[in-house]
Design a protein around this ligand. Structure first.
Ligand SMILES: Nc1ncnc2c1ncn2[C@@H]1O[C@H](COP(=O)(O)OP(=O)(O)OP(=O)(O)O)[C@@H](O)[C@H]1O
Length: 954
C-alpha cells in the first residue's frame, strides 16, 4: 500500500460541525480527479475542533474516457475507488489544503486522494479527510530540485531556470562526490573510483583551471565521511542499498532522482557542513519529496537521511556542534503534505504563467548570494521583485519578446510533461504503436562493467519500429516504467538484440523514449543570454533597429557557381550576419565549407553548427576535404596548418561518441584525461563543430568565436539558433524555409525560425543558391515553380539529363512504359483506411520488383509515406533493404529513385498534406526517378496537388 496516514492530519476526520453534512451517509474513501469548474470559495467555519478553514471547489469530474481517468482505479492510495462520471459537484478542501485551493483557477486540474463521499441536498459531494492529499495540476511534473529551490525562494527557482547551472568548481565537485558515492554503493574501490571520476571530468576541470591532485584530495576528504558511515551500516545491520533511482509520481506530479535508497528510505548527499542537530529544512524537503515518490512505488517510508560530507563524526565535540555526517529525521505526515502544497504552488504558478516575485517566501534577500543577479534581472525585465530592481529596463519590444518566448518555451515544457503522462496513460501496446516504446523484449543477460555499471542484453521478439536509436537515453524497465523497476539507460546496440548500459541491473523487457526537458531548459537559457547578456549591436539587428552591414569582398572563392561565390563573399564580409538560402541539392554544404576555409585562412576562429549531428558531420567532412586540397596545392600552407598529431588543421568535433559519425570520430574531443591537455585541444582549435544543442552545454558556453555558421537553420527555433550564435561575434545562417520548419511539440512562436524571420526582414543580407546538383530537370520543375519562383535550375547539363540509364547495369528499356519517364504517377484507388493503405503498399512492392528487374539495387530506392502506420505497412510488404520512412526522416538525404505513398482516399488529411513544405521535401529527394502513388481524385481536390498531378502526368 502506498500513501498512508501516520498521525491525525490537518482536517477533522468527520465533516465537522455542522449541519452541512449528513454523517450517516458518509461512504468509502475515494479518489477524485476533475477540472475546476468555477470560482473557489474559501472561508472559516467553527467546528468541534475550533475554527477551521474550508474551501468549496466546484469540480467537473473526469470521465473514464479522459486519459487521466483510465489510470485512476489502479491507484495506490489505499485501493480506493475512483469517481469518474463527468458530473459537476463540489469538493471541499479543509484547513491547510485551503492554501492550495487559493491557487486554483477555473480550468485547472485537481486530484484529491482518500476523499470522503457524502450526500448533501440530494447531491453526492466530496471532501478531504486526514489522509487526503490535494494535488493541483497533477500532470505538471515538478522536479525535486525545483521544489528544493522554491522552498529557498521562488524567485531563486525562476532565476535558476533562466540562467541554468554554470560551469563552476563547487558544482563539478558536488557531481564528483555524488558519482563516487554511487560507485561506493555499487562496491567499487574508493581510490579507483576517485581516479576514474576525476579523469572523466578532465575537460571541465581544465576549463576551471583545477589540477587533478588537488581535486582528488578534496573528493577524498568528502568521501571519508561517506565511507565511515557506510562502514558503520555494514557492521551493525543488514543494509539493502540502491544507488541513484529515477522516480516518477503520477499522483503527486513529482519526479526526481534519489541519490540513494537505503532499506526503502531516501538518502541525500550534501557536500557541505551542517553543525546543527537537525538537517537543513530545504534538505528535509528534498528527502520528503523522495519519500512521496518511494511511497507511490509501494514503499512505506518513515525516515529520511541526510549525509553531510564535510561533517566528520570523529571531530564531534560540544563547541563546534553536531558533526555527525549522517542526520536522520522522522518523515512526518505534516512535512509530506507541506511538500505537496509547495509543489502545488509551483504547478499553479507555472500554469497561470505568473513570474515569482520572492514575496511568496519569507526569504531574507540581504543574506541571499543571488541578490545582485536577482536585482539585475528584475531591473532589466522590469519585474516586481522582493529584492528590488537595479539598472535600466530593456526596451519594450525586447521585454515583449522575452515574455512571448518565455511562454512559448514553457508551453513546450508542458508538452514534454504530457509525454511523461503517456507513460502511465497509455498501455504498453499503445506506446509501441506510437513508436515510443519497444515492448515484449526477452531479457537475456546482465554483465557487470568496470566502474559498477551494467551491460544488459535483451532479445527483440517482434520487428516493430520505434523512434529509439543507438546512443539514445531511454527508460529501461521490467515492463512498467513508472511503478516497476526502471532505470535511465543508454542504447549501445539495437538490432535483433538490444544492448544497453545502466547503473542498476534491471531485468529489462521494455524500453521507452525518455522525455527530456534538457532541450527546453537550454532554449530558455539561450534566450536569456541573447537578451540579457547579448551585444547591443546584435540586438539592434535582431530587433529590426539596424540593417546588417557588409564589408565589400572582391576575392573569387568559387569560379563555377556565381551565387555560391556571392554567398561566400557575404559570409566572409558580414559584419553582423549573412543568410544563405539553399534549396535542395544546391551545394549548401559545399558553400559552408568554402566559407569556413576562407575565414580560417583569415585567422578567424569559427564555430560550425547545425540542428542534427549528421549535418554537422557532413559539413565538417566537406571542410576537411577542402583543407586537404589546399594542402595539396600549397605545401607552405600545409606546414602552418598541420597540428601536432599531423592532422591538416586544428579542427575539433564536440559531441558524444554515439552522436558523432565514425568518419569524424578522429576529430572528436575527448573529455577525459589530463585537464590542461583537454583544454588546450579545445581552445587551440580554429574550427569547433557541434550541434546547436551541444552549443548550449556548459563546456561550449565557455567558448568564444569570431563567426558561427549554422546549417539547417530553418529547422531551428529562434532560441535554438541563439544557443549557437550567442557564442560568436558574427553569424551566418544557412537553410531553406521552404523545407521542414522547426521540430516543436507546441504550436506557437517557436514554429518560425530566426532564419525565416531574418530572410524576410533583410532580403539584402541573403543570397539564394539557384543551381542544383541533384535532380534530373524534369523532376525539379514542379518544386522550382511552386516553391522557388522558377529560379531553381540544374547546375550542369549532366545533372539536367541524368536518368537511370547512367547507372551501371540498369536499363530503362526493361521498365514498363509508364515508368520510363523520370516522373510518373500511379493511380491507386486505395482501401479507404485512414492512416494506412494496403493497396498502395502492394503497388509499391510491385514497383520495387520492376525496378529490380531493370537492374536497380534495392538500396537505391527510397519510399516516403505520410504516416508512421503506413511506413510500417509498406515496410512489412517490401524487402528490408529498401528505406521506407516519413518525410521528416528523409530531409537532408537523397536517393536514385523515390516512391511517394500519399495514403489518401477521398480527402486530404495528415502531415504530408497539412504543410506544403513537406511535399517539397518529398518531391526533391530523387536524383533520377520519382514515382507518385495515390488516389488521383483525392489529390485533385487541392489546387497544389492538382498542379502536381498535371506535371506528373505530362
Ligand atoms: N560549385 C560546385 N562545383 C561542383 N560541384 C558542386 C558545387 N557545389 C556543390 N557541388 C556538388 O553538389 C553536390 C551537392 O552539394 P551539397 O551536398 O553541398 O548540397 P546541399 O545543398 O548541402 O544538399 P542538401 O539539399 O541535401 O542539403 C555535392 O556532390 C557537391 O560536391
Amino acid at each position: 500500500m502506498g500513501i498512508v496516514s501516520r498521525e491525525r492530519g490537518d482536517e477533522p476526520v468527520a465533516a465537522g460541525t455542522d449541519s452541512v453534512f449528513d454523517r450517516s451517509l458518509v461512504t468509502i474513501a475515494v479518489y477524485v480527479r476533475g477540472t475546476v469548474a468555477g470560482e473557489v470559495d474559501v472561508r472559516t467555519v467553527s467546528t468541534s475542533y475550533g475554527e477551521s478553514d474550508l474551501a468549496e471547489v466546484p469540480v467537473r469530474l473526469a470521465t473514464d474516457d479522459e486519459p487521466a481517468g483510465d489510470a485512476t482505479p489502479t491507484r495506490s492510495d489505499g485501493g480506493t475507488a475512483a469517481v469518474a462520471d463527468g458530473r459537476e459537484t463540489t469538493v471541499t478542501l479543509w484547513n491547510k489544503w485551503t492554501e492550495s485551493a487559493e491557487l486554483l483557477e477555473p480550468g485547472m486540474e485537481l486530484v484529491v486522494t482518500n476523499a470522503k463521499e457524502e450526500e448533501y441536498q440530494g447531491e453526492t459531494q466530496y471532501k478531504t479527510t486526514g489522509e487526503s492529499y490535494v494535488v493541483v495540476e497533477p500532470s505538471f511534473l515538478v522536479s525535486v530540485t525545483s521544489i528544493r529551490n522554491w522552498v529557498e525562494c521562488p524567485r531563486l527557482y525562476y532565476l535558476n531556470k533562466l540562467s541554468g547551472v554554470p560551469l563552476n568548481y563547487p558544482v563539478v565537485k558536488g557531481t564528483l562526490v555524488h558519482e563516487v558515492f554511487g560507485d561506493l554503493l555499487r562496491g567499487r574501490d574508493l581510490e579507483e573510483s576517485i581516479d576514474a571520476r576525476v579523469e572523466e571530468r578532465g575537460l571541465q576541470l581544465g576549463l576551471l583551471g583545477e589540477t587533478p591532485d588537488a581535486v582528488k584530495e578534496e573528493i577524498r576528504e568528502n568521501a571519508k565521511a561517506i565511507e565511515g558511515w557506510l562502514e558503520q551500516g555494514r557492521l551493525t545491520e543488514e543494509d539493502s542499498w540502491r544507488s541513484e533511482q529515477l522516480l516518477i509520481s503520477e499522483t503527486f506530479g513529482i519526479r526526481g532522482r534519489a541519490d540513494a535508497v537505503r532499506r526503502g528510505a531516501p538518502v541525500e548527499l550534501k557536500t557541505g557542513k551542517n553543525l546543527k542537530k537537525e538537517p537543513r529544512f530545504k534538505d528535509k524537503v528534498q528527502a520528503a519529496c523522495y519519500a512521496l515518490l518511494l511511497e507511490e512505488h509501494g514503499g512505506d517510508v518513515d525516515i529520511g537521511t541526510l549525509l553531510y560530507t564535510k561533517n566528520s563524526a570523529l571531530d564531534r565535540n560540544e563547541e563546534t556542534g553536531d558533526l555527525t555526517p549522517a542526520k536522520e529525521f522522522t518523515m512526518g505526515d505534516g512535512l509530506l503534505k507541506y511538500v505537496v502544497r509547495l509543489r502545488n504552488e509551483i504547478a499553479a504558478k507555472e500554469t497561470s504563467g505568473e513570474i515569482p516575485t520572492g514575496y511568496e517566501a519569507d526569504a531574507k534577500c540581504e543574506y541571499c548570494f543571488e541578490q545582485d543577479t536577482c536585482m539585475v534581472v528584475s531591473g532589466r525585465l522590469d519585474q516586481e521583485s522582493k529584492a528590488g530592481q537595479i539598472g535600466q529596463a530593456l526596451p519594450a519590444e525586447e521585454r515583449e519578446y522575452f515574455d512571448r518566448f518565455y511562454r512559448a518555451i514553457e508551453e513546450e515544457r508542458r508538452e514534454v510533461h504530457r509525454e511523461y503522462a503517456k507513460l502511465w496513460e497509455q498501455t504498453a501496446e499503445e506506446r509501441a504503436d506510437d513508436d515510443r516504446a519497444l515492448i515484449d523484449l526477452e531479457f537475456v543477460a546482465k554483465r557487470p562493467l568496470e566502474g559498477g555499471r551494467w551491460e544488459l542484453r535483451a532479445r527483440r521478439t517482434g520487428g516493430a519500429n520505434s523512434k529509439l536509436r543507438e546512443g539514445d537515453l531511454v527508460l529501461a524497465s521490467d515492463g512498467d516504467p513508472v511503478r516497476g523497476d526502471s532505470e535511465l539507460a543508454r542504447i549501445e546496440r539495437l538490432d535483433d538484440e538490444v544492448v544497453i548500459t545502466a547503473d542498476e541491473p534491471v531485468a529489462v523487457t521494455r524500453l521507452d523514449v525518455y522525455p527530456s526537458e534538457l532541450t527546453t531548459d537550454r532554449l530558455l537559457v539561450a534566450m536569456h543570454d541573447a537578451l540579457l547578456k547579448g551585444d547591443e549591436r546584435r540586438k539592434d539587428v535582431l530587433f529590426g533597429r539596424a540593417e546588417p552591414e557588409f564589408e565589400e569582398i572582391d576575392e573569387a572563392f568559387i569560379d563555377n557557381n556565381e551565387r555560391q561565390n556571392e554567398a561566400v563573399r557575404k559570409a566572409v564580409g558580414a559584419e553582423d550576419c549573412a543568410l544563405i538560402h539553399g534549396p535542395p541539392g544546391t551545394g549548401k554544404t559545399y558553400t559552408i565549407a568554402r566559407a569556413i576555409r576562407a575565414m580560417v585562412e583569415r585567422g578567424e576562429r569559427v564555430l560550425l553548427s547545425a540542428f542534427t549531428n549528421r549535418a554537422v558531420d557532413n559539413a565538417l567532412e566537406a571542410l576537411l576535404e577542402q583543407l586537404e586540397d589546399v594542402i595539396d596545392e600549397d605545401s607552405v600552407a600545409s606546414e602552418t596548418q598541420r597540428s601536432g598529431d599531423g592532422e591538416a588543421v586544428d579542427v575539433v568535433r564536440v559531441g558524444s561518441e554515439s552522436g558523432v559519425s565514425d568518419e569524424m570520430e578522429p576529430y572528436r574531443l575527448e573529455r577525459a584525461g589530463e585537464p590542461a591537455d583537454r583544454v588546450a585541444e579545445l581552445e587551440d582549435a580554429q574550427v569547433v563543430a557541434a550541434t546547436t544543442a551541444t552549443c548550449g552545454s556548459r563546456i561550449m558556453k565557455e567558448q568564444a568565436f569570431d563567426a558561427a555558421l549554422v546549417d539547417e537553420a530553418a529547422q531551428l527555433t529562434e532560441p535554438g539558433t541563439c544557443a549557437a550564435i550567442n557564442l560568436a561575434e558574427r553569424f551566418v545562417l544557412v537553410g531553406d524555409h521552404e523545407q521542414l520548419p522547426p521540430v516543436v511539440r507546441a504550436e506557437n512562436d517557436l514554429t518560425e525560425s530566426l532564419f525565416e524571420r531574418l530572410v524576410e526582414r533583410y532580403p539584402d543580407a541573403g543570397v539564394m543558391l539557384d543551381r542544383q546538383y541533384r535532380m534530373n530537370q524534369r523532376i525539379q520543375v514542379f518544386a522550382s515553380t511552386e516553391f522557388y519562383d522558377g529560379q531553381l535550375r540544374p547546375a550542369t547539363p549532366e545533372v539536367a539529363g541524368r536518368t537511370l540509364d547512367d547507372l551501371e547495369g540498369v536499363s530503362r528499356d526493361a521498365l514498363p512504359e509508364t515508368l520510363s519517364d523520370p516522373v510518373s504517377f500511379v493511380d491507386v484507388e486505395g482501401d479507404r483506411s485512414q492512416y494506412t493503405d494496403s493497396e498502395e503498399a502492394e503497388r509499391i512492392a510491385d514497383l520495387i520488383e520492376r525496378y529490380e528487374a531493370a537492374g536497380l539495387e534495392r538500396s537505391d530506392i527510397g519510399v516516403i509515406a505520410p504516416f508512421r502506420a503506413q511506413v510500417s505497412e509498406i515496410s512489412s510488404t517490401v524487402p528490408d533493404d529498401v528505406t521506407v520512412d516519413t518525410v521528416d526522416r528523409f530531409q537532408g538525404s537523397s536517393q536514385e529513385v523515390i516512391i511517394v505513398s500519399f495514403t489518401a482516399t477521398g480527402s486530404l488529411e495528415g502531415p504530408i498534406f497539412e504543410d506544403y513544405r513537406r511535399i517539397n521535401v518529398a518531391l526533391t529527394r530523387p536524383k533520377r526517378a520519382l514515382v507518385l502513388v495515390g488516389d488521383s481524385s483525392a489529390l485533385a481536390s487541392d489546387p497544389v496537388y492538382e498542379r502536381m498531378l498535371e506535371w506528373a502526368r505530362q
